[in-house]
Design a protein around this ligand. Structure first.
Ligand SMILES: *[C@@H]1O[C@H](CO)[C@@H](O)[C@H](O)[C@H]1NC(C)=O
Ligand SMILES: *[C@@H]1O[C@H](CO)[C@@H](O)[C@H](O)[C@H]1NC(C)=O
Ligand SMILES: *[C@@H]1O[C@H](CO)[C@@H](O)[C@H](O)[C@H]1NC(C)=O
Length: 974
């Protein structure tokens, strides 16, 4: 608010002019007024101008302001780096006595509309490092006769340099670098005889450099680099005898060096880099005795190097790279004792590495891409101890060197970059590389190195890049590589390395590029590699690696070309499943025979995680099975004796009593027929007659007998009598089972109870059990696909029904599925476990779930509650058994094949169709069989909650059978 008022007031002041100034505020002089107007025009986010108070009598003690002590008028305004933004207003024009205006390093914008003519005393103006833009108007340089130094560098000024610049006749320093000035240089520029420093670099200036430069007898430094100048260097340049620094780099200048330049004996820096200069380096170059930096790189200079270079005793940096120089390095160069950097790369220089070269005490020696030959031995041998320790960069790559790497390399203790790649160097890698504690980059690639990668390499603890590719290195990758903890790039490809990829590599946390391709590496990749967080590339192609790729974001999406050529490697990137790897999710798409894994239906939950413990479960199951087998053997022994005892008791108790009914007499037993019409035609003899025995199970033997009405029934004599509950409990459970009526269930017709004998009376089913149909039929008498599908569906329906009735089967297996005359399945033995006094895991697993392979894994795990999902598991196994025609567990000579593991593996390898029963090959629809098998696998999920409900299973099966009708629905469900 206050600011606005002030600003408004100032506007009035400015408009009405100084007439009123004294009247309004007698203490406010022109300088205060000018500065306050300046302040009002800019933004001052950091409050740097807070001390600027318009009520002050004088601005002389304001920040950034200096006054001439005699006149008390402002002579200097230095606001460098005040973070001011906004435009430069006319307020400054009030500062009539200003000598120095410096506003460098702010954020000021807009064009310069004012004219220096009004600031007649101005000597120095520095507007560099702002964001000023637009052209410099010709007016700007009016009456700039007192100006000594001007910098407009680092802004966005554009347009041509106005010719009026020549009126600034006292100008000693002009810096307009890093703008967008264009067009040709004004001719008048060379009339600025006082000019000592001219910096026009980094603009868009073009055309030839005008003649007449020799007039600038005071010029010390000229920088025309990074423009678009063409033509030759004006010969007059030799007249600028005081020139120390000449930078013409990055233009399109051509021709040779003008002879007059030899007069520039004060010149210390000459850069002609990146132009189109041609011709030789003239002999007179040796006359430039002060030269410290000579950069002729990136031109078309040619011929041999003049020996006179040896006279440049002050030379520190010589860069002639990227030209077409030929011949050898002249011996007199050994006199350039101050040389620190020698870059002769990318020429056609030949001969041996001069023996004097390492004596110079160079820091950088860059010889790459020439034709140097011979061995390094001489040069190394001639080097002196203390000069060895100065070398930081040695690059002799891409020459024709032969011989071996001298072991003296270990003495170059300051080396950071050593590049000897692309030569014909043989022999081994010297052990003492490990002494090079500063070495960042070691590139010995594309040579003929042999032997091993020495363990000692781990001593080079600063290494960031180790490039040894394309040699003949043998042996293992040394584990000591793990000590090179800064390593980002490791390339050992195309050697003869053997053995494993050491886990130590996983310690190299900064690794980005790893190339181990085309070796003979074996073994599995260390899992820990998955932890490397910066990897961009990891190429292990064309080795003999095996097993699983490490898990993790990088390896899961590794490009196939990085892993190809390892026949035994597995994981998704190589399109080969690992036997022990996390199985891929199973997709249920009944309309597709494509077995490539995709996404798991969400209903089926966390399949992936759980299955990884399948091996564990298998071991657990095996243990339980063994215990079960022993228990059954023992129990069977006892059962046989008790069976004969109870049969005897029955006989003694009065023969046909048993068939008299209903009876509540405890001694003679109680017979209950749910249909209310019991009438046995035969007596107990059936129970003793082997011919009438239909089979035996965990609960006892089953006999066939015929009722008086001619109906056959199956009688199950429970041999677990001592385990059965009290009569009340028994009757309650049996009645519950008796209520279950479903076309795919073997109906329980009734029961008989005495304390020593319990019988269950079932509907008789004629067609034998599924086990026999699957595994004991021979010849052409096998179940067709449609029959099998019908059995699966019927079984599923009956289980769904039982579960709805809250009855768990507990004992699903193919021998408990009977097939009736019309091929329909009927499930037997459901719910019998409920007749046991305790629903004990031991009993369940040993007695009931003893059938090998059908037992859900939760039976082996005390903490998991056993639910109806154990039936879903058994059903899943059954499905696989029916489709494959194989037993849940098959014993081979010295191998055990677990059916569901086998099918799962085949599915992941995309050859699940091969699992279908051999007798059906060519006679089944893959679009049904494959989803059915996938469904079986889902049902055998290791965690109960991941298995679908039987009701869901029925739905899915119906969809599989009629895919055309079910497709949309399935899509909607999943
Ligand atoms: C200049 O202004 C920009 C935004 O306008 C800001 O991000 C930057 O920090 C400023 N620079 C200085 C030196 O104040
Ligand atoms: C010109 O100004 C730029 C930016 O302030 C600076 O880097 C450069 O050194 C100056 N040139 C000379 C010759 O002083
Ligand atoms: C794996 O299969 C995909 C798709 O069929 C293919 O693009 C990829 O190149 C294969 N990868 C390998 C290593 O064969």
């Amino acid at each position: 608010m206050r600011r606005v008022l002030v600003f408004g007031g100032l506007l009035v002041l400015v408009v009405l002019g100084p007439i009123f100034v004294n009247g309004l505020n007698p203490s406010m002089n022109d300088d205060v007024l000018g500065l306050i107007v300046f302040k009002a025009d800019v933004q001052d986010p950091h409050g740097k101008l807070a001390s600027w108070n318009e009520e002050a009598d004088t601005p002389c003690n304001w920040d950034g302001v200096k006054c001439n002590p005699r006149s008390n008028r402002v002579s200097e305004l230095v606001l460098d780096g005040f973070s001011l933004s906004g435009k430069l207003g006319r307020g400054l024009l009030q500062l009539k006595f200003l000598h120095r205006l410096s506003l460098a390093d702010n954020n000021l914008t807009g064009s310069l509309s004012l004219s220096l003519g009004q600031l007649t005393d101005l000597r120095t103006i520095d507007l560099s490092q702002n964001s000023f833009s637009g052209p410099i108007l010709s007016d700007f340089f009016q009456k700039c006769g007192s100006l000594r130094s001007m910098s407009l560098a680092n802004n966005k000024f554009s347009g041509e340099i106005p010719g009026s610049l020549s009126s600034c006749s006292m100008l000693a320093s002009l810096n307009i670098s890093s703008n967008q000035f264009s067009g040709q240089l004004p001719l008048g520029i060379w009339s600025l005889h006082g000019l000592r420093s001219l910096d026009l670099s980094d603009n868009l200036l073009e055309g030839e450099i005008p003649k007449g430069i020799e007039g600038l007898g005071n010029l010390r430094a000229i920088n025309l680099s990074k423009n678009k100048f063409v033509g030759e260097i004006p010969d007059g340049i030799g007249g600028c005898m005081l020139l120390k620094s000449i930078d013409l780099s990055e233009n399109s200048l051509s021709g040779g060096l003008p002879g007059s330049m030899q007069k520039l004996s004060s010149c210390t820096d000459l850069s002609l880099r990146s132009n189109a200069f041609t011709g030789n380096i003239p002999d007179w170059i040796g006359e430039l005795r002060s030269l410290e930096v000579l950069d002729l790189s990136e031109n078309n200079f040619s011929g041999e190097l003049p020996t006179s270079i040896g006279k440049l005793l002050s030379l520190k940096i010589l860069n002639i790279s990227t030209n077409t120089f030929s011949g050898i390095l002249p011996e007199p160069m050994s006199g350039c004792e101050n040389l620190l950097v020698l870059d002769i790369s990318r020429n056609s220089l030949s001969g041996k590495i001069p023996s004097w070269i390492f004596r110079l005490g160079l820091q950088q020696l860059i010889f790459s891409e020439n034709r140097l030959n011979g061995s390094m031995d001489n040069a190394f041998a001639a080097s002196l101890g203390n000069s060895r320790q100065k070398l930081v960069i040695l690059d002799i790559s891409h020459n024709a060197l032969s011989g071996e790497i001298p072991s003296a390399i270990g003495d170059f203790s300051s080396l950071q970059i050593l590049n000897l790649s692309r030569n014909s160097i043989g022999g081994g890698i010297p052990l003492n590389f490990g002494q090079l504690k500063s070495l960042d980059i070691l590139d010995l690639s594309q040579n003929q190195l042999n032997g091993i990668i020495p363990l000692e390499i781990g001593g080079a603890t600063s290494l960031e890049e180790l490039i040894l590719e394309k040699n003949f290195l043998a042996g293992n990758i040394p584990i000591s590589i793990g000590n090179c903890s800064m390593l980002t790039s490791l390339s050992l490809s195309q050697n003869d390395l053997i053995g494993p990829v050491p886990a130590a590599i996983a310690k190299l946390a900064y690794l980005q590029y790893v190339d181990l391709s085309f070796n003979k590496l074996t073994g599995t990749l260390p899992k820990q590699l998955g932890n490397l967080g910066h990897l961009l590339s990891f190429n292990i192609s064309h080795n003999q690696l095996q097993g699983e790729l490490p898990a993790g974001a990088f390896f899961n999406t590794i490009s196939p070309s990085s892993v190809s050529g390892n026949p035994a490697l597995c994981g998704s990137p190589v399109n080969r499943t690992c036997p022990t790897v996390l199985p891929k999710p199973i997709v249920l798409n009944p309309n597709s025979s494509d077995s490539t894994p995709g996404s798991i239906p969400t209903n089926f939950g966390h399949e992936k995680k759980i299955l990884s413990i399948s091996a564990l479960i298998a071991i657990g199951a095996a243990v339980v099975i063994v215990i079960g087998v022993i228990a059954i053997t023992v129990l069977n022994f006892r059962v046989r004796s008790s069976a004969s005892r109870s049969a005897a008791a029955l006989t003694f108790s009065g023969g046909d009593d048993f068939s008299q009914s209903p009876s509540t007499d405890a001694n003679s037993g109680k017979l209950v027929m749910f249909s209310g019409d019991p009438d046995f035609s035969t007596g107990t003899h059936a129970l003793l007659n082997k011919d009438c025995e239909l089979g035996r199970g965990g609960f006892g033997a089953v006999y066939r007998t015929v009722l008086k009405d001619g109906r056959s029934v199956a009688i199950k004599k429970l041999t677990v009598s001592s385990l059965v509950k009290s009569q009340d409990d028994f009757e309650r459970e049996v009645k519950k089972l008796g209520k279950a009526r479903h076309s795919n269930l073997v109906a329980l017709e009734g029961y008989y109870w005495t304390s020593s004998l319990q019988l269950l009376i079932y509907e008789f089913v004629s067609g034998g059990n599924l086990y026999k149909h699957l595994h004991e039929e021979s010849g052409e008498n096998y179940l067709s696909w449609n029959e099998r599908f019908g059995i699966i569906l019927g079984t599923a329906k009956s289980l769904a029904y039982l579960h709805q009735m809250n009855i768990i089967h507990y004992n699903l297996k193919s021998s408990n599925i009977l097939i009736d005359g019309s091929g329909e399945p009927k499930i037997a033995d459901y719910g019998l476990a409920r007749l046991l006094p305790m629903l004990d895991r031991y009993v369940l697993s040993s007695k009931i779930q003893s059938a090998l392979g059908y037992m859900a894994p939760e039976f082996a795990c005390k903490t998991v509650k056993i639910t109806e999902k154990c039936d879903v598991y058994g059903f899943g196994i059954l499905v696989l058994e029916i489709v494959t025609g194989k037993r849940p567990v098959e014993y081979m000579e010295d191998d055990v094949v677990v059916l569901c593991d086998m099918v799962r593996g085949a599915l992941e390898e995309g050859r699940v169709e091969e699992c279908v029963d051999g007798r059906l090959q060519g006679k089944f629809p893959a679009e049904e069989a494959i989803p059915v098998m996938k469904l079986g696998l889902i049902c055998t999920s290791q965690v109960p909650s991941n298995r679908p409900d039987m009701a869901e299973v029925v739905n899915i099966l119906e969809l599989i059978r009629c895919p055309s009708q079910g497709q949309d629905e399935l899509g909607g469900v999943y």
